[in-house]
Design a protein around this ligand. Sequence first.
Ligand SMILES: Cc1ncc(COP(=O)(O)O)c(C=O)c1O
Ligand SMILES: N[C@@H](CCOP(=O)(O)O)C(=O)O
Length: 528
Amino acid sequence: MTSSPLFNSSLLPKPKPPNHRNPKVNGRHSPIIKCTTSPSVFDTNNNSSTPSPPAGAAAAAKGQKHRRAADVNIREEAHRQCSNHNFSARYVPFSSDPHKSTTNEWYSLDEIVYRSRSGGLLDVQHDMDALKQFDGQYWRSLFDSRIGKTTWPYGSGVWSKKEWVLPEIDSDDIVSAFEGNSNLFWAERFGKQFLGMNDLWVKHCGISHTGSFKDLGMTVLVSQVNRLRKMERPVVGVGCASTGDTSAALSAYCAAAGIPSIVFLPANKISMAQLVQTIANGAFVLSIDTDFDGCMKLIREVTSELPIYLANSLNSLRLEGQKTAAIEILQQFDWEVPDWVIVPGGNLGNIYAFYKGFKMCQELGLVDQIPRLVCAQAANANPLYLHYKSGWKEFKPVKAGTTFASAIQIGDPVSIDRAVFALKNSNGIVEEATEEELMDAMAQADSTGMFICPHTGVALTALIKLRKSGVIGPTDRTVVVSTAHGLKFTQSKIDYHSKEIKDMACRFANPPVQVKADFGAVMDVLIL
Ligand SMILES: Cc1ncc(COP(=O)(O)O)c(C=O)c1O
Ligand SMILES: N[C@@H](CCOP(=O)(O)O)C(=O)O
């Protein structure tokens, strides 16, 4: 089957004039959706700091069992539980000094806008005063009460924090695979054996619907697109440039919602497993003879001309979902704050998302501090590392070289300003990993029962270096964020364990032993 173009150009709307963003000025916008499906009691008459428990909790306390009627699905049930609240969020220009920001520029989340008037990044700003009407204990209990349920949409680790993510979206518009709630794995053997650490944890964000943390952001972005399309906004499809994980998540969530997806991939630079995900999920795939940065440039140009919604993390909606992984970590530690969180960085949206999640928890009283963040880069694609080492002098993009951590082979990250902000405000550090270091770290981790991706190998290398230099202490509670599933990157493991990598000793390779189908030959191998 050959792919056909998605668009008949005669059907396309005329390009919008450059100032189509229609920024609002002065004052808050009123929420378009007043009714959401929160099962908690958030009606406008109930703004005390001792709010009612989530719906269902009272019945449970009385020992009554509530069962959904057979002819009702979980979306319909969510509708029945509909209540009002006054939470809202909007786009504002991202500012590296929010306290000094004087701009009155803002946009409704129902607008299609990715950049501020000055061309800078945007950020999703929540009405913190409204959220602060409930205390930290309230939010902790609410989030805890939603874990592990099938209640729509709270069975998702992202949407269990809906009030902090997209408070105004109708639950019926949400496109979710009940993503999130990923395993926080106690890396007991790896920690003790290789690092002398007892309190080392790996947040397995790759144990997820499409095998990477991108699901967390994509459920939010595609849900909002679903809403925009119901509002008859001009969104024909959703597009991204990708090193393989964003495209997998985009194609899956779009396929679930029946929305066309378009992905720009750097030819021969993503893994076969990643490529087949987008193909199987029906995306319109362009394999382009350039690198990720080249694809990113092209998708930005295309989305400014065609009614294709941009799904990369330049779009700040994505980060609202990704930040929930940070909240989950706190929740999994029973709201105790780890000392360190280490995140591999490429386009650099995720490091900011983690910062934002932790910071919101601090500002809303769920915890009293935030962890120190470490961003880890491959030495072959290390623009943030070089920027950090220069003392945050002028940022210079690089031409990213080939790396086994192919999903972070990015030289001109769109979220550089967000990343610098996150690191400066968390007393953060940037580290790098050579190819040999990251592959050895991956093999060592796998030898203790994990099956991690090379990007997680980059993060583990950062940890190993910071432990060796004494920056991270033996008793520090440390979380390494594993960003994708190892099964997406098996070729790198095959190369390593076959010792087929040029100029690499592959010290921890464990190649299979070839033996004749003969009892004596097998015994010889086993006994020697
Ligand atoms: C597996 C994996 N790890 C880490 C990253 C880096 O995330 P970010 O681009 O948000 O820095 C990406 C994508 O860039 C990825 O796909
Ligand atoms: N690793 C990413 C690169 C793009 O990052 P994004 O977060 O801006 O979409 C990918 O998998 O494509």
